[in-house]
Write a protein that binds this ligand. Structure first.
Ligand code: AHM
Ligand code: MG
Length: 337
């Protein structure tokens, strides 16, 4: 019988591979694992909560107020990190400012966490896959002091770990600590994430393109021409168009099958839609670790210097040859703009 490796065992094993590891990162990953299980449970009964047991935001029969699922996930991840002394602060898509943990309560740790607790908001109430995206950095401010903004404004290249959880036909956690990418599928019958996708590699080429083509008229000439290229009949094209509208789910499929996801700048949103710090950077780290590529159309996402907590930037992410191809079109038709 094949030996099952649980996420817990995997984390312990990886820690043993680093002789001077203190176990702090392992603790953090374990806390994220637990919070993900709780969020997964709530996501699975989302339909029940909204349609049968009363709508979000209203008081249920026990006098408890139902929370919107994205608020619930945010609260769950914040609470789970508050219990971890390794973390000195957090940033979340759901909160305008950074969350600074109290040093007097022992939060002197060396890490900060950035998170999109429940991405794919338009899909939450319609039973379509959604996800959590997270990113961990070593702080730049001195340990023992309160976390500051600079701890969060680091280039993606500095990430210590990054991952996502996709709540799909099954729940999966995929993450990297800079030494390859591994995927774990949640077996709800035993309450455990099991290693199902060791050492994930993104195919160098693919035949799927994922973009919200409804915005086509607002895209640059380079992006428009690339979309037409995807649709031409030649050398394995036309590609299949697949767009779920949940970044994690679209990325996850392309990671496994090969493909490209892009959310470009457009006349409507000059910097695209997606957030650099807790959407693009973590997925870019995973993509590169799996042999894929992620850019803003010209430059590697991981080399961009953040200047704002919730800043947006265009994203082209996926199979290396496909991202390089879209670059050719952008360079040719959009010049230096
Ligand atoms: P959100 O953080 O509000 O959920 O927005 C991010 C999501 C991504 O998951 C998805 O790929 C994209 O927005 C879809 O946007 P659009 O509906 O404009 O295509
Ligand atoms: Mg989001």
């Amino acid at each position: 019988m094949k030996k099952v490796v649980t996420l817990g065992q995997f984390i312990v094993k990886k820690q043993e591979d680093f002789p001077y590891a203190t176990g702090e990162l392992s603790n953090l990953l374990s806390a994220l694992r637990l919070a993900s299980k709780i969020v997964s449970r709530e996501v699975n009964k989302a339909g029940l909560v909204d349609d049968i047991r009363g709508a979000s935001g209203v008081t249920n029969i026990q006098g408890e107020t139902q929370m919107k699922l994205d608020d619930y996930a945010n609260m769950e991840f914040i609470n789970s990190m508050m219990a971890q002394e390794e973390i000195c602060g957090m940033a979340s898509e759901e909160d305008d400012d950074i969350i600074v943990f109290d040093t007097e309560e022992g939060h002197n740790g060396k890490y900060v966490l950035l998170i999109d607790p429940l991405d794919g908001s338009s899909n939450i109430n319609v039973n379509v896959s959604i996800g959590t995206i997270f990113s961990i950095y070593r702080r730049v401010s001195p340990v023992g002091t309160k976390a500051v903004l600079e701890d969060f404004f680091q280039k993606g290249r500095e990430q210590v770990a990054a991952g996502y959880v996709v709540y799909g036909s099954s729940t999966m956690m995929v993450f990297t600590t800079g030494n390859g990418v591994n995927g774990f599928t949640y077996d709800s019958s035993i309450g455990t994430f099991c290693l199902s996708h060791p050492n994930m590699q993104m195919p160098v080429d693919g035949s799927i393109y994922s973009v919200n083509e409804g915005n086509y008229r607002y895209f640059s000439d380079g992006v428009k021409k690339y979309i037409k290229y995807c649709q031409e009949e030649d050398e394995g094209r036309p590609y299949a168009a697949r767009y779920i509208g949940s970044l994690v789910a679209d990325f996850h499929r392309n990671l496994i099958k090969g493909g490209i996801y892009f959310y470009p700048a457009s006349g409507m949103s000059p910097k695209g839609k997606l957030r650099l710090l807790y959407e693009n950077n973590p997925l870019a780290f995973i993509a590169e670790q799996a042999g894929g590529m992620a850019t803003d159309g010209r430059q590697a996402i991981l080399d961009l210097q953040p200047t704002e907590l919730h800043e947006r930037c265009p994203l082209f992410i996926g199979s290396k040859n496909m991202v390089e191809k879209v670059h050719e079109f952008i360079a040719l038709y959009d010049g230096d703009a």
